[in-house]
Design a protein around this ligand. Structure first.
Ligand code: SF4
Ligand code: F3S
Ligand code: FES
Length: 248
């Protein structure tokens, strides 16, 4: 059975804006993005929202629902009471372009700062067998859909614009961890993780892990192991050299 839902949606642009209230039809089985689309169709034709797949796979529809970073297309209306006001706002950590759409180019800049996978010269496809544990680790990290909800929630840059330059954020520290732990990657990534990408600013609050729609254990499986490797290197360079030389 449908009902009249109460929505509060942030509208505006880089120069400012505010929350607007709407009453809009909600039907059984719908997600928040369905209701936003109905708002566009019936009351606010110019409401800006970014989306693509409506299946939790493209990472486009990231926003905040009742203050919590979430995918609009994967948040069922059934998790809210019928008389509850559902507040939808753009991701707070990134500059607003318009309404629910933010400029996430910070993330692309951080991605570009990480040197690509660097295998040894002369290794052809099929020359090397990866152990299962290495395969599974990479597969977990590669489930990332680049929704940037983890980046949005991390307190190091949320409300701290001044930290953005020095901090790659959980998604990209995870990328560094993935490459650093890859048995064929030869690049030296640990010093840069600490100095250029701000690994030390992460104090393992795990908020990033909590909001990840792919349930990647960002903190436990990427950030903490990366921190351990940096610590090992700093305390014992010989252990680090041994790890690099003998783990193949
Ligand atoms: Fe989104 Fe998770 Fe990837 Fe972060 S790690 S960008 S929360 S899918
Ligand atoms: Fe931020 Fe995640 Fe670390 S939320 S502080 S990157 S554990
Ligand atoms: Fe693709 Fe939501 S529209 S993840």
């Amino acid at each position: 059975m449908g009902y009249q839902g109460h929505f509060r949606v942030w509208r505006g642009d880089a120069s400012g804006g505010g929350l607007q209230d709407f009453t809009v039809e909600v039907n059984e089985g719908e997600v928040v993005l369905d209701v936003i689309h109905r708002l566009q169709a019936t009351q606010t034709a110019d409401l800006a929202v970014r989306w693509n797949c409506k299946a939790g796979k493209c990472g486009s529809c990231s926003a905040e629902i009742n203050g919590r970073p979430r995918l609009l297309c994967m948040t069922r209306m059934s998790v809210f009471a019928e008389d509850e006001v559902v507040t939808v706002t753009p991701m707070r950590t990134f500059p607003v372009i318009r309404d629910l759409v933010t400029d996430v180019s910070y993330n692309y800049e951080k991605a570009r700062e990480i040197p690509a996978f660097s295998p040894p010269k002369g290794v052809a496809p099929g020359d090397y067998r990866m152990s299962q544990v290495d395969v599974e680790r990479s597969q977990e990290f590669r489930k990332c859909i680049e929704c940037f909800l983890c980046q949005d929630t991390c307190h190091v840059i949320r409300d701290h614009e001044e930290n953005k330059e020095a901090f790659a954020g959980p998604r990209f520290l995870m990328r560094i961890a993935e490459l650093e732990m890859h048995p064929l990657d030869e690049a030296d990534r640990l010093d840069a993780a600490r100095t250029e990408h701000g690994l030390g600013l992460c104090n393992i609050t795990k908020c990033c892990t909590e909001v990840c729609p792919e349930h990647i254990k960002i903190t436990d499986n990427a950030l903490i192991p990366l921190k351990e490797r940096v610590a090992d290197r700093r305390y014992d360079p010989v252990v680090w050299l041994g790890n690099k030389l003998f783990r193949r």
